[in-house]
Design a binder for this molecule. Structure first.
Ligand SMILES: NC(=O)c1ccc[n+]([C@@H]2O[C@H](COP(=O)([O-])OP(=O)(O)OC[C@H]3O[C@@H](n4cnc5c(N)ncnc54)[C@H](O)[C@@H]3O)[C@@H](O)[C@H]2O)c1
Ligand SMILES: [Zn+2]
Ligand SMILES: [Zn+2]
Length: 404
């Protein structure tokens, strides 16, 4: 079968690989009809989140049809249409039973951390879903059946980025009326804005430097700030009467940029890419790491109100020790963070979409057959067009699926 294979930092290819098979009685094999590219995949190729083994199939977003099931899976049938939550969980350890699926004791064969598809060896080294088929462990828990009313285009957004945005808003402890700031208006940031609205936020600030991403945030009702034209901390404080916001959600992660233009450019960038990630590629033009890995977090700590909450869903590598702890401590902040417990939210989000309460597909801007995947990756890396969420269609061999 065809799959996107990680060869080295800065080197991914569409290769012919062998098909997965059932290895344990709780496995399923899913024939994928949709996959997608996430900002997390960019961290791997830019070297800011190192440790993906050469030969690993990338991709942790998937929708498809069950092709084979082990004898231990009793709640699903061959032929069921399913969405695959990005992180893998056993469903029976104490963490899973408390909803901390991303800290499952059993799903990661290589250690204590989160297990997910198409990631570093420390995250389980499982093959991913930018492929025609995938093996899903603990399938009774890690597959969620889709109702007919939910399309592939909608469902692929519920595999990772919508639950992650919802998780970020949930960690931010948003109460009706709260003022919230979302740093980063990529696909995850857009769903964070949508989720903050669902939880009743009174005002939402959205901060980025790409005008089309900011326009999408405004279309959702957010108040936008372009950090290459204004100092985002000064602007958010001014527009909140000097108070700051109740909560900030970091939807940027380790590839954060410093402002290169405007008043914020005059301030020093906190940290350099190599400080957080020794393997970071710092010599572009393609797959170039962000130049200020702590920038989003530094702004978050500054623009949040005293005793406010900072919620971190942007991904940082285990090598990163740069958090501004002193400034946070002296404001009595609450800091919450982590890898999304996808399985906790996916069934609820499927139902929100099925019932028409949320229409997630405005976030999808580009569809590509798997054959066009490397071009799609490069476009996402360069944000060309700036506003982009790529859906891959493994069933399509030609370029007919292209949609802008
Ligand atoms: N916690 C989880 O489980 C989880 C799941 C999925 C994705 N993620 C992470 O979420 C983050 C966002 O993902 P994405 O797909 O939207 O990525 P993306 O790269 O498309 O978006 C990041 C956005 O942040 C903006 N940005 C850069 N520096 C900034 C700064 N200093 N302030 C404000 N904005 C800034 C960029 O311009 C870009 O628009 C990534 O770190 C990804 O790894 C986490
Ligand atoms: Zn992701
Ligand atoms: Zn578990």
């Amino acid at each position: 079968m065809k799959a996107v294979v990680f060869h080295a930092i800065g080197d991914i290819r569409l290769d012919e690989v062998s098909e997965p098979s059932i290895e344990s009685e709780t496995d399923a094999i899913v024939r994928l009809t949709s996959s997608a590219i996430c900002g997390t995949d960019l961290h791997f190729i830019r070297g800011t989140m190192a440790g993906v083994e050469p030969g690993t199939i990338l991709g942790h977003e998937g929708v498809g049809v069950i092709e084979a099931l082990g004898d231990g899976v009793r709640n699903l049938e061959v032929g069921d249409r399913v969405v695959v939550p990005s992180t893998v969980a056993c469903g029976y350890c104490s963490y899973c039973r408390a909803g901390y699926y991303a800290q499952c004791d059993n799903a990661n064969p290589n250690g204590p951390g989160t297990a997910f598809y198409g990631g570093p060896k420390e995250a389980g080294g499982l093959n991913g879903m930018q492929a025609e088929k995938v093996r899903v462990p603990f399938a009774n828990v890690n597959l969620v059946k889709l109702p007919d009313e939910v399309s592939d285009d909608e469902a692929i957004l519920i595999s990772d980025i919508f639950p992650t945005g919802y998780f970020g808003a949930d960690l931010a402890d948003i109460k009706p009326g709260h003022t919230v700031a979302v740093l980063g208006c990529g696909p995850v940031g857009q769903f964070t804005i949508a989720s903050a609205k669902l939880l009743g936020a009174g005002r939402i600030f959205a901060i980025d430097q790409h005008e089309d991403r900011l326009a999408m945030a405004r279309a959702q009702g957010a108040e936008t700030v372009d950090f290459s034209r204004e100092d985002p901390v000064e602007t958010v404080k001014r527009l909140t009467g000097g108070v700051g916001v109740d909560a900030v959600i970091d939807a940027v992660g380790v590839d954060a940029q410093h402002a290169h233009d405007g008043p914020a450019a005059g301030k020093p960038a906190p940290g350099e890419a190599k400080d957080a990630s020794p393997a970071a590629r710092t010599d572009g033009p393609a797959w170039e790491a962000g130049d200020a890995p702590m920038q989003a977090l530094a702004w978050a700590v500054e623009m949040v109100a005293k005793a406010g909450t900072v919620s971190i869903i942007g991904v940082y590598p285990p090598t990163d020790n740069l958090f501004p702890i002193g400034a946070a401590m002296n404001k009595n902040l609450t800091i919450r963070m982590g890898n999304c417990n996808h399985r906790k939210y996916v069934p609820m989000l499927v139902e929100l979409v099925r019932s028409g309460q949320v229409v997630p597909t405005r976030i999808l801007t580009q569809r590509e057959p798997l054959a066009g995947v490397i071009d799609a990756y490069e476009a996402f890396d360069q944000r060309r067009p700036g506003w982009i969420k790529v859906e891959l269609q493994p069933g399509h061999a030609s370029a007919e699926g292209r949609n802008g």
